[in-house]
Design a protein around this ligand. Structure first.
Ligand code: NAD
Ligand code: ZN
Ligand code: ZN
Length: 378
């Protein structure tokens, strides 16, 4: 079958790879209808990780079940499903508690598993014609038949639940004010989720004009960090000591404001943006500060975090991979009920063959490239 295969830094190819097959009675094979390119794929694409050439990318997958293992009880051939990016067993201590991003069974010795992601287990990615899904009864989320809401449902695999998770980590409640750093797909979904939860005002910080416009379109207040310190802009606009909640949807890849040389440390800006005793949710990725690791920014981001200021303001912070599986059913039901339409973030829908070009453009944050969906079997 055809799949998006990593070749080396800044290069992917659509090549023939071995067809996946049922390996365990609890597996299903899914014929992929939609699979998305994610900001997290770019960490591998840019050569910032240990990903070896040959790995098939793709952790945001949906499609129709093609083959069902003999031990699968709740799914049938022909069923339309989406797979939240966490590969999880469903029965370990963390899965039982809804912490499916930290499954102790699928990827022993490391926190959690994912499709097509380096160090997150042996699971091949779904930017391909077919995908093997282990522990399928747990990892497939059933969808209504047909093709309605395809782009909305595809976002249940990662960015919609991840944005929602950010609001849970921060503790967003109705009537509150929220600041989201980063208007990438994840930040936009966090802002959208905060608004769904009844936040009174949501600020979204970025410098990319068309991403800020998307934020404004959903009812958030855009803040361009190239026009001055974003924490000051937000506290001035609020006339208060800060927002109730803050979200980091940038991570270690923060970029500098126009005219500045060094990027700001987003976590410190959040500490200055959120009022004393408020909450912060960090879903932007930070890599462990291993001296041998290829990315120096990660270490920088960690070492320059001002724990003293964080302490002084009595803040709380939650971090980590999102338990996408934990929210996927409830967010699916909001989409079905017409109460959520996360696909406002989708900018391109292309066949698998166009993946190399789409990766290059998305990586450059080209205007108009907010979220790319690939259709391998179109
Ligand atoms: P993205 O790179 O498209 O978006 C990041 C945005 O942040 C960009 O629009 C960029 O212009 C903006 N930005 C850069 N520097 C900034 C600064 N100093 N202040 C404010 N904004 C700034 O990526 P994305 O797909 O939206 O993902 C965001 C992060 O979330 C990535 O680190 C990704 O790996 C991570 N992620 C985490 C999870 C999880 O489960 N925790 C899941 C998906 C993605
Ligand atoms: Zn993703
Ligand atoms: Zn588990």
């Amino acid at each position: 079958m055809k799949a998006v295969v990593y070749q080396g830094p800044y290069e992917v190819a659509v090549s023939d790879v071995e067809d996946p097959r049922i390996q365990d009675p609890q597996d299903v094979l899914v014929k992929i209808s939609t699979t998305c390119i994610c900001g997290s794929d770019l960490h591998m694409y840019e050569g910032r990780t240990d990903a070896e050439p040959g790995i098939v990318f793709g952790h945001e997958n949906m499609g129709v079940i093609e083959e069902v293992g003999s031990g699968v009880t709740s799914l049938r051939r022909g069923q339309r499903v989406v797979m939240p990016f966490n590969v999880a067993c469903g029965f370990c201590r963390n899965c039982r508690a809804g912490k499916t991003a930290f499954c102790e069974v699928v990827n022993p010795g490391f926190a959690g598993g994912a499709y097509g992601y380096v160090s997150m287990g042996p699971y091949t990615g779904g930017q391909a014609e077919y995908l093997r899904v282990p522990f399928a009864d747990f990892n497939c989320v059933p969808l209504p038949e047909g093709s309605e809401h395809e782009s909305d449902f595809a976002l249940l695999a990662d960015i919609f639940p991840t944005g929602y998770h950010a609001t849970e980590l921060a503790g967003v409640r109705p009537g509150e004010t929220v600041a989201v750093y980063g208007a990438g797909p994840v930040g936009l979904m966090a802002a959208y989720s905060a608004l769904l939860k009844g936040a009174r005002q949501v600020f979204v910080v970025d410098k990319v004009a068309d991403r800020l416009q998307l934020a404004e379109r959903i009812g958030a207040t855009p803040i361009d960090f190239s026009r001055g310190d974003p924490a000051e802009q937000i506290t001035d606009a609020l006339g208060d000591s800060g927002t109730d909640r803050g979200i980091d949807a940038v991570g270690y890849q923060a970029t500098a404001a126009e005219g500045e040389e060094q990027p700001a440390i987003v976590l410190n800006q959040l500490v200055d943006t959120v009022r004393p005793t408020g909450g912060i949710g960090t879903v932007g990725l930070y890599l462990p500060s291993d001296p041998g690791a290829p990315n120096e920014n990660a270490a920088q981001g960690l070492l320059l975090f001002d724990i003293g200021r964080f302490f002084e303001r009595g803040l709380r912070m939650g971090t980590g991979q999102a338990d996408a599986k934990a929210y996927a059913h409830q967010l699916r039901d909001l989409i079905i009920a017409g109460r959520a339409e996360p696909s406002f973030v989708v900018s391109q829908q292309v066949p698998l063959s166009e993946a190399p070009d789409a990766y290059a453009r998305f990586d450059k944050r080209e205007p108009g490239y907010s979220k790319v969906l690939l259709h391998p079997n179109a």
